[in-house]
Design a protein around this ligand. Structure first.
Ligand code: SF4
Length: 494
């Protein structure tokens, strides 16, 4: 293999999702206890399978597997761990285990095509490595609630699996090669890029030097200058130069206002007019860009969420024809491909050089871009516009509010429809009443009866809220639909 080629290491999941990193949905909501339960569920299923095996059959758990394919400029390395491999004297079966909250009685074979895709990838990688002509797949669903399981078994020819797997791998590799070629073009355009305006002021020059040094030393620069003095270009120009030199891999332009986004877009556009080749994307809040009036992301209620991963590949390729992916353009492309515009903008952010978005996507623990910031550190450059807003914004992001009246109303609504939910809410309600007793200041007139400050976090309330959240998650994962749905969801997210 050519040693100078870039090696792209991805998981089977990433290959199927056509994404180099993990997404922002799903795993972020997975609690530790749920993960532990999932592992226990896998062990239970394995035990049951092993105990039913004949003497000449063996079972191996967590089997690592890797497949390598070379492209024009890149080498793709797909890896994963197979939940189980069942080896008989003349036959092999890949075991894929999925834990779920759903009653297996309601799960059909094609319940989730994604699961079959994953198992087929593993089956191909295994059959390729051990030169098998045929291989079986056993897909088991194990319900964490009622501890019941259901398995689907199917046989495959390696030739068919190869066709399936190579279509995914080649498409990913082609895409990576196209990106590589694009980055080459981008870097040459940055190398030759002049400052986009006839001159820059002395102070702008100082600002730009400050930004360059800050990037080189991976430090923080605080800059203050009046509006209209050209701060945006003075921040973006050196950051783009650093991108071309390989000092940063991506630039995040974080801002609180739509107007300042437009100024950043304009600065990029001015550089493009001077020859810059660069991809930028604007991320707009879900509630603003949602194309489905109901703002309910359940595939049963939103056609843009149905088979999203199946459709998004073409949408991403389509979007790659453009350099400036504004909100309007994203809405347009999303409508053309029937995909959610918000999810599409997040997916596009993985392939873009500059991401223009609200502070939330970096700082808010609930909505930050996990695909960039959860597990790995990148050579990212953050340009925070009007950073003084962060004080108030971070207060909002890291504060939670639970109102006694809201809880009381929800409790009443839940009583008839969901007695268990009523019980969990009632626990919280009673606890809040007991806390409010501490508000009773008696005869001490020096203390305000309206504000009560505690230095310690309310641990007990936290525990009760976590219990309720866990129960709510289990209801939601089963597709809960109640008359007080909106109120319940608001409360759950709080
Ligand atoms: S999936 Fe997207 S389009 Fe559908 S409801 Fe959710 S945000 Fe709106």
């Amino acid at each position: 293999m050519n040693g100078s080629k870039t090696i792209i290491r991805i998981s089977v999941q990433n290959l199927i999702d056509f994404s180099p990193q993990s997404g922002d949905l799903g795993t972020g909501f997975l609690s530790v206890s749920r993960a532990v339960e999932g592992t226990k569920g896998h062990q239970t299923v394995r035990k049951a399978v092993i105990s039913a095996l004949s003497e000449d059959t063996s079972y191996s758990s967590e089997v690592p597997i890797t497949f390598v394919k070379e492209g024009r400029h890149t080498i793709l390395e797909v890896s994963g761990r197979i939940d189980g491999v069942i080896e008989g004297s003349s036959h092999t079966t890949i075991h894929e285990i999925k834990t779920t909250q759903m009653d297996p009685d309601f799960i059909e074979k094609d319940h989730n095509p994604h699961h079959w895709s994953q198992a087929k990838c593993y089956a191909y990688m295994y059959s390729f490595r051990y030169k098998l002509n045929r291989i079986g797949i056993r897909l088991t669903y194990y319900c964490l609630e009622n501890r019941m399981e259901k398995s689907f078994i199917e046989e495959f020819d390696s030739i068919n699996l190869e066709e399936f797997f190579l279509a995914l791998a080649e498409s990913f590799l082609d895409w990576q090669d196209a990106l590589y070629e694009w980055q080459d073009l981008r870097n040459s355009s940055i190398l030759d890029l002049p400052f986009p305006y006839p001159f820059y002021r002395k102070e702008q020059g100082k600002f730009m030097n400050g930004v360059s040094n800050c990037i080189k030393t991976a430090s923080v620069l605080f800059a203050q200058a009046p509006t209209g003095t050209g701060k945006t270009i003075a921040a973006l120009f050196p950051a783009v130069k650093a991108l071309g030199e390989g000092l940063v891999s991506r630039i995040f332009y974080l801002t609180a206002k739509t107007t300042t986004r437009a100024i950043a877009e304009k600065a990029l556009e001015d550089m493009r007019h001077k020859g810059l080749l660069l991809k930028s994307v604007e991320i707009t809040a879900k509630e603003k860009i949602c194309m489905n009036g109901s703002f309910n992301c359940d595939p049963a209620l939103c056609k843009y969420a149905v088979n999203y991963y199946g459709k998004v590949k073409n949408a991403v390729r389509d979007a790659f024809r453009y350099d400036s992916l504004s909100r309007d353009l994203i809405e347009n492309i999303a409508a053309r491909h029937d995909v959610c515009p918000f999810e599409l903008s997040l997916d596009l952010s993985l392939w873009c050089d500059v991401i223009i978005c609200d502070y939330n996507y970096l700082f808010d623990p609930r909505v930050y871009l996990r695909r960039f910031f959860a597990n790995q550190k990148g050579a990212y450059c953050f340009l925070v516009d009007e950073a003084h807003n962060l004080v108030d914004r971070s207060r909002e992001m890291y504060s939670a509010e639970l109102g006694k009246r809201t809880i009381l109303e929800l409790k009443r609504a839940a009583k008839a429809e969901l007695p268990d939910l009523y019980f969990y809410i009632d626990e919280i309600y009673k606890h809040i009443l007991s806390i409010s007793k501490e508000f009773d200041t008696g005869n001490d007139k020096t203390v305000s009866p309206l504000i009560h400050v505690r230095k310690e976090p309310p641990m007990e309330l936290g525990k009760l809220a976590a219990r309720l959240a866990e129960y709510a998650e289990s209801l939601l994962s089963k597709g809960l639909s109640v008359s007080f749905q909106e109120e319940f969801l608001d409360f759950y997210f709080n």
